[in-house]
Design a protein. Structure first.
Length: 71
């Protein structure tokens, strides 16, 4: 498992690569201001036919596959 600091740095680098520095900062500001449940939003918009448990299972399976590739 990665340290929180590593995840933050990688996430910020990914945002900057995808959006550029200004829009990445704007995105962080928007998320910080909003009082929404990201998990609920994700399920409603990105995987409406999956339950939270199914999403968790898929994420766990994906993580295992990544670990197998690294070893």
């Amino acid at each position: 498992m990665k340290a929180d600091t590593v995840i933050r740095v990688e996430a910020m680098n990914a945002l900057i690569a995808a959006l550029g520095e200004v829009d990445a900062e704007r995105f962080i500001s928007m998320v910080s201001r909003d009082t929404f449940d990201y998990t609920e939003w994700r399920c409603e918009n990105l995987c409406p036919d999956m339950t939270i448990d199914e999403i968790y299972d898929e994420a766990t399976k994906y993580e295992r596959e990544l670990l197998e590739l690294k070893s």
